[in-house]
Design a binder for this molecule. Structure first.
Ligand SMILES: NC(=O)c1ccc[n+]([C@@H]2O[C@H](COP(=O)([O-])OP(=O)(O)OC[C@H]3O[C@@H](n4cnc5c(N)ncnc54)[C@H](O)[C@@H]3O)[C@@H](O)[C@H]2O)c1
Length: 318
């Protein structure tokens, strides 16, 4: 496929993630066709995106070189699948996280596009070999797993199906880089991919420490936001270790490896996250800090997104 044929991307499903992907792709100058099977939903998505792009422009946080008006002119909405897919070289699926729904969506898409069109899923928890099991030509399939909200948090995990062609991983990696995301490649599929596996490990130990009465909910969150997170926003755990000993990673492990192994063997079993008395008490403690009503949660979500926007700006400058 020549680069002149690689101008149109179709986004399937126009909820939270579909809208974000559309914004990311138009920021890179691609034409984006949005399709949703709920009547009016894809048109509503464009109205919502317009609002967001204008706000971002005003806050000098609009991504890419185009104005919000130029970016909006690249968007179109569809209620029929066939015209939505016409001319696309890349399809990003963002429908509900239900295996059967995704499998049937990809089956429908495959009937309407050529074999060279890349089929990419936003799934957070389903492995590619399941998502694409009904697709005949699987070498063009992969998962491109974003992190919410993808406009500020740029990581995308590219996860291959066992049959995915290397060229498809390469093209997707280039596309994601071109639109300003930060793609990482998994060499093979695994439940939870990389991000959610690391996240699950952090959640489990945080939960155990609170439930076992070692630390409060408030303070374990500070361990991350004022401690580990300060470094992790810029350098990962591997580089952190490499820089935390005079002679790098090997030296670090000579000094601290045994301690880390001892701590790891003291980790408890996988906690019960709901139903038990312990779980209820963790939830209550959290709700005392931030009540779980819409007003409080929305205010904290807005704060989170504002802070992420500031951090994205800072990272851009470094
Ligand atoms: N929300 C997150 O934090 C997050 C993060 C990373 C990945 N994801 C993944 O992204 C995907 C979408 O999640 P979301 O949060 O945007 O969900 P959502 O519920 O906000 O949106 C889903 C959209 O898909 C549409 N849809 C459902 N079935 C469809 C079909 N058959 N054809 C066309 N459109 C259809 C719905 O009308 C809805 O607009 C999921 O696979 C999810 O796991 C979500």
């Amino acid at each position: 496929m020549s680069s002149s044929d690689m101008k149109i991307i179709t986004v399937i499903g126009s909820g939270l993630i579909g809208r974000s992907w559309a914004m990311v792709f138009v920021s890179g100058g691609y034409s984006v066709k949005i399709y949703d099977n709920q009547p009016g939903q894809s048109a509503n998505a464009i109205t919502e995106i317009r609002k967001q792009l204008e706000e971002l422009e005003e806050a000098h946080m609009l991504r890419g070189d185009l104005t919000s008006k130029q970016q909006l002119s690249l968007l179109s909405s569809y209620e029929d699948l066939a015209p939505a897919l016409e001319g696309a070289f890349f399809v990003q699926e963002c429908v509900f996280e239900q295996l059967e729904v995704k499998q049937s969506v990809f089956q429908d898409i495959e009937r309407l596009v050529g074999k060279e069109v890349i089929l990419s899923s936003s799934t957070s928890c389903l492995v590619p070999s399941k998502v694409f099991s009904n697709v005949q030509s699987r070498s063009r399939c992969l998962v491109s797993h974003p992190v919410n909200p993808p406009y500020y948090v740029k990581l995308v995990e590219l996860v291959p199906h066992p049959e995915t062609a290397t060229a498809v991983m390469d093209t997707t990696h280039s596309l994601m880089t071109k639109v300003g995301q930060a793609p990482v490649r998994l060499m093979k599929e695994i439940d939870g991919f990389a991000l959610n596996r690391v996240q699950a490990a952090i959640i489990a130990e945080s939960w155990r420490l609170v439930q076992d009465g070692v630390i409060s909910v408030k303070d374990i969150d500070l361990v991350m936001s004022e401690g580990l997170g300060m470094r992790y926003a810029f350098i990962g755990p591997m580089e952190t270790m490499h820089l935390n000993a005079p002679a790098g990673l090997e030296d670090y492990m000579k000094r601290y490896g045994e301690g880390i192994q001892r701590i790891l063997t003291s980790f408890g079993p996988v906690p019960h996250f709901s139903g038990s008395e312990g779980a209820k008490s963790v939830v209550n403690e959290m709700c005392e800090l931030i009540p779980n009503d819409q007003q409080h949660l929305s205010a904290r979500m807005e704060r989170r997104d504002r802070l992420l926007m500031g951090l994205a700006k800072l990272k851009k400058e470094h």
